[in-house]
Design a protein. Structure first.
Length: 348
C-alpha cells in the first residue's frame, strides 16, 4: 500500500530523510472556534462547506488510538490546538485519557483564553502545565476589531487565573503593522511584570488570506530592532530547546527583566530543526504546515486498518516530510503560496 523509500526508519526514533528526529505531534481537535481572528477566519465565520462535517471530525477514541500508536513509535510530545480546543465537548476527559498513555511525556495546549478562567483548574489537575495563549492586543476595543468578540476582559481573567495556578504561560502575539504595532512596548512591559514569556509571531499569509498583505508584515529582524530600543536583549541560554522561538532576556533601563521571543516562520524559517507532524481535525496527517500534502489516517482507521497500517502511514508521512517550505520565495514571486489549507483545520 505504501511505497518504500531510500531513507531508513529507526525503531527507537523516528528520523526523516534529512536526519530530523520527529518527536512532536500537534493535534487539531476541532476546527470550530469561539473567535474570528482576522488573520485566521472570515468575520462571519467559515461557511458550512469550509467547516469539517461533524461525522468527519476524528472522534476522541480515534485520536487516542492514533496518538497511542505514534507514541509507541517514539513520539513523546503532544500539543492540542485547533480551532479552539476548549470548545469541544469532553475535552477534559480526553486530556485525562491522553495523560494515561505511557511514553507521552508532555501534553501542551494552545488556546485563545476565552474559556480559560472556567477551565484552567481542571486543565491543571488533568496534568497540563504549559499553555500558549494567543493575545494580539491589550486594548479591549481593538480586541473586538481583531477577534470579532468583546471578550478581552474574560481572556485577561483567564490569563491571570492560569498564572496564579502556576502554569508555565507563553503569550503569543501576531505582529501586524498598522494593527497592533503600537503595543509592543506594553507587551514587553507585561513580560517584565508577569510570569509570562511573550512571543511575537510573524504574520503569515495562511488562514484568512484576504487579511494578509505585505504592508502589514513585520519581520522578526525588524521586531528585534524595535525591542532593542526598549532595553538590552541577551540571547537566552537553552532557547534552542524552546521550539521555533528565538528567546531573549530583555532588561529595561529601569532594571526590570523579562523573557521575550520571536517566531519567524517566514524570514528565518526553522525547517532544519523541525521535529513535528500535524494531525488535522478530520484525521489527515500533515508533515509541514506550509505544504498541503496529507495522509488520510481517518479512512485507514475507519476501513478497519490495523495498527501496522497506521504505523506504515505515519512512517510514510515522515519520509515525505519536505526539507523546508518556500514561503519567502513564494512571496518574493507572484505571491502564490503553497498552503491552501484552513489554519483552524490544520492546527496552528
Ligand atoms: N484557537 C487557539 C488560539 O488562537 O490560540 C489555537 C489555534 S490558533 C490557529 C493557533 C495560533 O496560530 C494562534 O496563536 C494564532 O495567533 C496563530 N495564527 C493563526 N493564523 C495565523 C497567521 N495567519 N499568521 C500567524 N499566526 C497565525
Ligand atoms: Fe480561533 Fe485561534 Fe483562529 Fe483566533 S487564531 S480564530 S482563536 S482558531
Amino acid at each position: 500500500m505504501y511505497s518504500s523509500s531510500k531513507a531508513t526508519m529507526q525503531t527507537e526514533q523516528l528520523v526523516d530523510q534529512y536526519s530530523r528526529t520527529i518527536s512532536y505531534l500537534r493535534l487539531s481537535i476541532t476546527d470550530r472556534c469561539n473567535l474570528r481572528c482576522l488573520y485566521c477566519m472570515p468575520q462571519q465565520g467559515l461557511n458550512s462547506s469550509s467547516l469539517v462535517k461533524c461525522a468527519d471530525l476524528l472522534s476522541y477514541e480515534e485520536m487516542l488510538r492514533i496518538v497511542g500508536i505514534a507514541v509507541g513509535m517514539g513520539m513523546n510530545k503532544l500539543r492540542l490546538t485547533g480551532g479552539e480546543p476548549l470548545v469541544r465537548n469532553g475535552v477534559m476527559d480526553f486530556i485525562r485519557s491522553l495523560a494515561e498513555i505511557k511514553g507521552l511525556e508532555d501534553i501542551r495546549l494552545t488556546t485563545n483564553g476565552v474559556l480559560l478562567h472556567e477551565k484552567a483548574a481542571e486543565l491543571y489537575s488533568a496534568g497540563i502545565r504549559n499553555l500558549n495563549i494567543s493575545l494580539d492586543t491589550m486594548k479591549p476595543k481593538r480586541f473586538v476589531e481583531i477577534t470579532g468578540s468583546d471578550l478581552f476582559d474574560q481572556v485577561w481573567r483567564g490569563i491571570q487565573t492560569a498564572c496564579d495556578l502556576g502554569f508555565n504561560v507563553k503569550l503569543n502575539m501576531v505582529a501586524m503593522k498598522g494593527i497592533n504595532d503600537d503595543e509592543f512596548a506594553d507587551f514587553a512591559r507585561l513580560a517584565t511584570q508577569r510570569p509570562v514569556q511573550v512571543r511575537f509571531i510573524e504574520f503569515m499569509p495562511i488562514g484568512n488570506k484576504e487579511s494578509w498583505d505585505r504592508s502589514r508584515f513585520i519581520s522578526a529582524g525588524e521586531l528585534k530592532d524595535i525591542f532593542s530600543t526598549l532595553g538590552t536583549l541577551e540571547s537566552s541560554p537553552g532557547s534552542r530547546l524552546e521550539g521555533p522561538a528565538r528567546v531573549y532576556r530583555l532588561t529595561t533601563p529601569d532594571g526590570q527583566t523579562g523573557r521575550i521571543g520571536f517566531i519567524s516562520p517566514i524570514s528565518h524559517h526553522f525547517c532544519d530543526k523541525c521535529n513535528r507532524l500535524r494531525l488535522t481535525s478530520e484525521g489527515r496527517l500533515r508533515a509541514c504546515l506550509l505544504h498541503d500534502h496529507e495522509t488520510d489516517l481517518k479512512t485507514i482507521l475507519r476501513q478497519g486498518g490495523t495498527d501496522s497500517d497506521i504505523q506504515a502511514a505515519i512512517r510514510q508521512t515522515i519520509l515525505s516530510k519536505p526539507k523546508g517550505h518556500t514561503l519567502q520565495d513564494d512571496l518574493a514571486g507572484p505571491g502564490q503560496v503553497n498552503c491552501q489549507g484552513q489554519m483552524s483545520r490544520i492546527g496552528g
